[in-house]
Ligand binder design. Structure first.
Ligand SMILES: [Zn+2]
Length: 303
């Protein structure tokens, strides 16, 4: 029996196609909620809403700030492909990125989700330049990006940023493991509810722009079974689905309908990566993480 039942990916968009954003495109993509919580800006005055960029110490942020590039990304755009060089580290302000495993025959399934709580390019923090995942935009949005080599150089003098990036990478690994179990063991209705909750947490909206085909690809299920599962949630008054959009009507109901994986993943969410109080109180761990990162640099690892 296969680990997951998966569908063919419908479209591949090549990496390196991020659009350098204009003020109007950014304002269209950012929600009022996001703007209200902004704390920092790039060197052009563009506000930053990424949790990691807003959490690192001032001095370390200033090291990165001149190199931050404002971008927007579109539906199904690839930020990096599996096994190819990661050219940029991306720090989302809005939207949502899926980490997808692509098999040799072109099929794919989602193993991770990244929003403004995290960053795309996790292998970079330990000196690796490639990822086994494709990072693909599922909900359009925008954020900041920085060239990989500049990030690596900055990390030499930014130990707390390095620690936060490493911790987020570890949290992402936990998410990948949990989703592997979820894809194999849990019913489609519960997985669909879990997935909607994870999306809503990242986009901070009751409205999710998604189609049944989209759900089927991400959940590794056939479209008919996704349609049935969505119908169950809709008849229960938990969601309303129409014209490629899902409206979450009853958040509590959705939580009750989801499998345990949502709660498990929530315990290890991006908040832990950016808890500066914990960072300050963990000098021993910082030392270990720095030593680990150093030992994994390209010259030492033979990458
Ligand atoms: Zn599950």
């Amino acid at each position: 029996m296969p680990v997951v039942s998966i569908q063919r990916s419908s479209k591949r968009v090549c990496p390196g196609e991020c659009i350098v954003a204009t003020e109007s495109t950014v304002s269209e993509l950012r929600t009022p909620t996001a703007i209200g919580s902004l704390a920092r800006s790039d060197s052009h005055g563009n506000p930053i809403n990424n949790r990691i960029l807003n959490a690192i110490p001032d001095g370390e942020f200033e090291r990165l700030r001149p190199h931050l590039e404002l971008i927007t990304y579109t539906y199904h755009q690839s930020l990096h492909e599996s096994a190819e060089e990661i050219e940029h580290a991306t720090f989302p302000d809005s939207g949502m990125i899926s980490l997808v495993i692509v098999t040799a025959d072109g099929r794919s399934v989602e193993v991770g989700i990244v929003g403004k709580e995290g960053w795309v390019g996790a292998p970079l923090s330990v000196g690796m330049s490639r990822s086994p995942y494709r990072a693909m935009v599922q909900i359009p949005g925008g954020g900041m990006r920085v060239k990989s080599d500049i990030l690596l150089e900055a990390l030499d003098s930014c130990p707390q940023m390095r620690l936060m990036l490493n911790r987020y990478s570890q949290i992402q690994g936990m998410q990948v493991a949990q989703l592997a179990a979820c894809n194999r063991l849990h019913e489609i209705e519960k997985r669909l509810a879990r997935w909607m909750l994870m999306c809503q947490d990242r986009v901070e909206s009751n409205l999710l722009p998604m189609t049944h085909e989209f759900f089927a690809q991400m959940l590794g299920a056939g479209r008919p079974s996704v349609t049935l599962a969505a119908g169950v949630l809709q008849r229960a008054g938990i969601i309303r689905y129409s014209r490629g959009k899902v409206t979450i009507l009853d958040r509590k109901g959705l939580e009750g309908a989801a499998c345990e994986c949502y709660r498990v993943i929530q315990q290890f969410d991006g908040n832990q990566a950016t808890d500066t109080r914990e960072v300050e109180n963990m000098p021993d761990n910082l030392h270990v993480m720095e030593a680990t990162a150093e030992s994994l640099r390209p010259s030492a690892s033979g990458k």
